[in-house]
Structure formats: C-alpha cells, structure tokens
Write a protein that binds this ligand. Structure first.
Ligand code: NAI
Ligand code: MG
Length: 503
C-alpha cells in the first residue's frame, strides 16, 4: 500500500551499509517515510568500529503528534476489519519478514554489534515467528456468555484499546518490538513505536516491509531521544495504551505518565536472575546452560541474564573452572564474521557503566575476577566496544554486583550448602524476572520453583522463551505479561459487557 517512492530497495539487501544509508534520517508515518519535522537527525554508530553508519531522524512532539493522529485515523478502519482477516495480514507480514531475515540480521549486527551467527540471525528468525504466531490468533478474540436471567442475554466482547504507544530498548529491538506490535495489531489496535536511540534501523526497515501489507497508519515508527520523543508519545492524549521495555527508572517515568491519563501500561523492566546449580545436576549440560543463561553471546545485555549463579559447594570449584574454560573458548570479534561468538557492548555509556562494576568488583576484598576470552586483534576493530567477559567469585550478597543489574558480560558465582538458604538469597533481590534450577531431584526442584519470586522459572533449561509462553516479571521487573494469547487478550483489548433484556 506504499504510495510514495522509496529510498530503500524492494528486494532483500545483504549490503548492510547500503541499507543503513538508505534508511538514514527517516521516520515511518502514515504509510510513508518522512524526515523529522525539525529537520534534525542524530548519528547511528557501529559499536564494533566506532564509525557512523547512518543518521536517524530526531523526533519530537510534532512528529509524535503526526504519527499518533494518523494512527488514530487508521485505527477506526482497522478495527472494522474482521479479526481473522487482520490476523491473516499479520501472517503475511511474517512471510515477508522471513524472506528478509538475513538482511535484517546483518543490519541489526551493524547497528548493535551483536554477533551475526549467535545472536542477530537468531533474533531475525524469531521475529518472523512472533508475527506468525499472533497472526493465527485473530479468531481467538472472543468473549463469553454470562448466565444472568432467562430473558436476558448477557455477553462479553473483546474490543481494541485504540492507539498503542510502544517504547523499545536496544538489546533485542526487533524481537521486543514484535512482541508488542504483533498482538496489538491483531487485536485491532494501531501502533506508534519509538525505537531506541542506539538501534533505530532494523526496526524501521521492518515497519516499511509490513506497510507493504498493512493499511497505511496501522504501524508507525519514530526514532529519537527518550525525553524529547518517548515522553510525548506516552503523554499523547490519543495514546490509549502504553507498552514499555527498558530500565526500571524509565519504566517508573512511563508508568507515572500513563497514570496521569489513566491508561493501562505494560512494563518489562530489568532483572537479576538467579541460576541455582545442585551437585546432582547433569554437569556438562549445566555448564553449557550457564553460558547460554548468561547470554555471553550478547555480552550479557539481556534482562534475563543469569547474573547470579549459586552452586552447591561440592561441585563449586569444578563448576567455576569448567565455566571459565568454556567462556574462554568463545571467540570475540567482528560481529559480521561467521566465526564470531561474542560481539560488542552497545555504546560507550554502557561500556563505562559495566567497566565501573568490574572495577568495583575487583577492588572488593576477597573477590576473584576471572577474565575470559581474548580481545580481537584486527586493527579495524581497535575502537570497538569489546569487553572481556568476567566471572567473579568471592563476592557476597551485599555487593552491588550481586544486587544491581549490570547488563554486561559479568556474572557472580557463589557457593551454597543448603536449599532453604539459597532460596532466601535468590529471593533477596529487587527483581523477579526469571530464575533457573539445575538438579535431577525434581521433587526439590519443583518445590523451589513454586517458592522462587520470578515470572518464569525453568528447571534444567533456561531462556526458552517462545511466542506462546506468557513472559513477564514480578517485583521491580515489571507489570503485565508479553507473548501468549492471554497477554494479547489482557493487555491489548478491553472486555465490554453487553446485556439485552428481552422482556
Ligand atoms: P532506558 O530505559 O532509558 O531506554 C529504553 C527506552 O526508553 C529507549 O527507547 C529510550 O529512548 C526510552 N526512554 C528514555 N527516557 C524516556 C522517557 N522519559 N520517556 C519515554 N521513553 C524514554 O534504558 P537505557 O538508558 O538504554 O539503558 C540503561 C539501563 O537500563 C541498562 O544498563 C540496563 O540495565 C537497563 N535496560 C534494560 C532493558 C531490558 O530489556 N529490561 C533494555 C535496555 C536497558
Ligand atoms: Mg536511559
């Protein structure tokens, strides 16, 4: 339905720099690419080289208003499209995203520094899967009949909320965007997304691809800074639902703004996820599990990263050593190189923040810092934000490294002797996003799973997150759920009751 000439190639484009240049300086509003009304733009930087790869439109309240007005107009018509037909269109988007998966993977690797083989390609494929899953759920937007009286028909119907304002972060921008946009659209809402400053390109391309299928105005994408572009989106009076993923501090600002307007808000915030390893676990599988749980391939930039690992004392030393060896064997390098396991940290600011934690940990009395994996030697990468993963031992629960979200390749391993004591330590956290338990004693495992304060607990696996599994934290980790049919129904519709008295 695109009605304007496009700067971007129609076919999948595997030249990520060419695509980045074509996407430069643009929002996507009302079915077309437009520059920021102020004419301003900001740099998008490849964190592996430090070089500017594109400009991004620097949105402000004027752009937000244009996008929301368009989305509000489009929503009236979109809501009239039968729900299964809306789903079918979203399903068609999934097919298009699959065709473009490799292109998107290369683009996201360029702007985020995430390794192509281990991270970016995986994300691009999961994104298509999310749209495919929700595309099939149009027919599930149904209500109930409620027994009332013989002459009264009482039913509930599911109605869309209106324009959804979605704010996303930079760590897995395509996936986190998909988890908001796909259910919102299928439920009959239209969406305005504010992308993360550090990673605006791949999501912008996705928006354009989907606009080839969707009516104009249903899916809009703005780039810009949080206070100047994100805040006016959250505050806009026509935005009837806010969904946010990011830090706890920004989440609180967003929730307050939503409260001012009395609109529902979903928050996916940080985590400090414990991984509890019992001596009777399947050892090799658990060491491997720790590597994936900590998301070392993403430099630990994950809200579910297993950044607190508790290991039963008899296997503690062996576990630390095996884990060190395994992380050490990971290859750090050019994110676009197929041999690379680990890419870069997203930005200089995050780099400094993570380094600050590492320095503090090293200075702590009794702490041991095991620095793993080697920095890349390629001179082209010398300005890259590469940081060696660190495994700490000798830190205790009062350390900031055990309490706060680091969002980097840093994990703390602590020994334990007693299941009750480790449960208490695991729950001694502001956060409650995810947790994992590794044991062959499923009686103990299941008992602890029920008592861990987390939105998601997995035994003998971790980070298995799928479109049909409800996902979201408790405590400061957030409000509400994403993914799953229930999340679509509960967070992107409201239930209206209709009663007919037939006399
Ligand atoms: P952030 O929470 O500030 O940014 C996330 C999104 O919110 C971005 O799109 C940003 O532009 C937007 N935003 C910022 N201020 C806003 C405002 N006043 N109103 C509306 N939107 C606003 O996170 P940031 O600064 O990128 O990272 C800081 C820390 O947050 C990280 O070190 C990490 O600990 C945590 N984080 C957690 C994530 C998660 O998945 N739970 C993702 C990204 C960061
Ligand atoms: Mg911030």
């Amino acid at each position: 339905m695109l009605d304007t000439p496009h700067p971007t190639p129609a076919a999948p484009c595997l030249d990520q720099q060419k695509l980045a240049t074509a996407l430069s300086g643009l929002h996507f509003i009302g079915g077309r690419y437009v520059p920021a009304r102020s004419g301003k733009s900001f740099a998008v930087v490849n964190p592996a080289t430090g070089q500017e790869v594109a400009r991004a439109a620097e949105g402000d309240a004027q752009d937000v208003d244009a996008a929301v007005q368009d989305a509000a107009r489009a929503q009236k018509e979109w809501a009239k499209v039968p729900a299964r037909k809306r789903g079918a269109l979203v399903h068609q988007c999934a097919a298009l995203l699959k065709e473009h998966a490799e292109e998107l993977a290369r683009l996201i690797a360029l702007e985020t520094g995430k390794a192509l083989r281990t991270e970016s390609r995986v994300e691009a494929n999961v994104v298509a899967d999310v749209f495919e899953f929700f595309g099939g759920l149009g027919g599930e937007l149904k209500g109930e009949s409620v027994p009332f009286a013989p002459n009264v028909l009482s039913v509930t119907v599911r109605e869309p909320l209106g324009v959804v304002g979605a704010i996303i972060p930079w760590n897995v921008p395509m996936l986190l965007m998909a988890l908001k946009v796909a259910p919102a659209l299928v439920a009959g809402n239209t969406v305005v997304v504010k992308s993360a400053e550090e990673a605006p390109l791949a999501v912008l391309r996705i928006c354009e691809l989907m606009n080839r299928v969707l009516p104009p105005g249903c899916f809009n994408m703005l780039s810009g800074m949080g206070p100047e572009c994100g805040a006016p989106l959250v505050e806009h009076k026509l935005v009837k639902k806010v969904t946010f993923t990011g830090s706890v501090d920004t989440g609180k600002i967003v929730a307050k703004a939503a409260a001012e307007k009395i609109v529902p808000v979903t928050l996916e915030l940080g985590g400090k996820s414990p991984m509890i390893v019992f001596a009777d676990c399947d050892f090799a599988k658990t060491v491997q599990g720790a590597l994936t749980s900590m998301r070392f391939t993403r430099q630990g930039q994950s809200c579910t990263a297993a950044s607190r690992i508790y290991v039963e004392r008899p296997v503690f030393d062996r576990f630390v050593e095996e884990m060190r060896k395994a992380v050490d064997a990971m290859v750090m390098g050019d994110p676009l190189d197929e041999k690379t396991d680990i890419g870069t940290i997203i930005s200089p600011g995050q780099f400094e923040k993570v380094q600050g934690f590492i320095e503090e940990g090293k200075k702590t009395k009794g702490a041991v810092a095991l620095e793993c994996s080697a920095l890349p030697k390629d001179p082209a990468l010398k300005k890259g934000l590469f940081l060696r993963p660190v495994i700490f031992t000798g830190l205790t629960r009062d350390s900031r490294l055990v309490q706060e979200e680091i969002f980097g390749p840093v994990t703390v391993i602590q020994p334990f002797d007693d299941a009750e004591a480790v449960l208490q330590e695991a729950n001694d956290s502001e956060y409650g996003l995810a947790a994992s338990l590794w044991t062959n004693n499923l009686k103990v495992g299941l008992d602890l799973a029920h008592r861990l304060e987390a939105g998601l607990v997995q035994i003998n696996q971790n980070l298995v997150v799928q479109a049909n599994l409800s996902y979201g934290g408790v405590k400061s980790s957030g409000l509400g759920k994403e993914a799953s049919l229930e999340a679509m129904l509960e967070h992107f519709t409201h239930k209206k009751t209709i009663m007919v008295n037939m006399g």
